[in-house]
Design a protein. Structure first.
Length: 207
């Protein structure tokens, strides 16, 4: 076995253990909740934590070009896993970070893809600014609009979306000045990066 294969095998084993533990814990928690052993507040908080953990697992798998469905099939827990996902999707009144109410119900399995789209939008916009993409105003306008659109698809990010829109509005009003001043352009990039880090921290994606 090559070193890369060994590392990949160890990674898959670790992820499989995490998935198995999450599925079992959520299943057991639901049973206790149905029997009245745990209260609703504890149940919802624990489910929210499980959602974040499953999201991070999905993102880790995506980075290695692996599919959650393949691991679930390999582990032979498809029925239990799907039951857990159905349970999560039914809880449309759950709150995300900062107790922001979900206003757009979305299937949990969509969230990793949306998260990836948001991350790409942030990085693309910052790269465009760094590479003097401001030379073409419509490019920057379109990239800001794309970022706002992607942020609006993820529930619970109203505060982040507001900050990006405010930054876009202020930048558009001063675009000619920003184009001619390297310090102002760097300040804009730094502000975008701050919001990007806030987005990551809000979803607890950074370890």
């Amino acid at each position: 076995m090559t070193e890369n294969n060994r590392i990949n095998s160890e990674f898959e084993s670790k992820i499989e253990s995490e998935i198995f533990a999450l599925v079992k814990s959520i299943t057991n928690l639901n049973t206790k909740y149905q029997k009245g052993i745990v209260n609703e507040n504890f149940f919802r908080k624990t489910i929210k934590t499980a959602m974040n953990n499953l999201l991070k697992i999905n993102l880790s798998l995506k980075e290695r070009n692996l599919q959650m469905s393949d691991l679930i099939k390999k582990m032979d827990i498809a029925q239990e896993y799907n039951s857990v996902l159905n349970m999560i999707n039914r809880l449309s009144s759950l709150h995300f970070p900062d107790n922001e109410t979900i206003t757009h119900k979305r299937t949990f399995l969509e969230l990793p893809a949306i998260t990836s789209e948001i991350t790409t939008s942030f990085i693309t916009l910052m790269d465009a600014l760094t590479l003097d993409g401001l030379g073409k105003k419509d490019i920057i306008f379109n990239l800001f609009d794309e970022l706002n659109h992607n942020l609006s698809k993820f529930p619970g990010l109203n505060e982040v979306l507001f900050k990006v829109k405010e930054l876009q509005k202020n930048s558009i009003n001063q675009l000619d000045l920003i184009m001619s001043d390297a310090k102002l352009k760097d300040k804009l990039i730094d502000k975008l990066y701050e919001i990007f880090r806030e987005f990551q921290n809000k979803l607890n994606l950074k370890t």
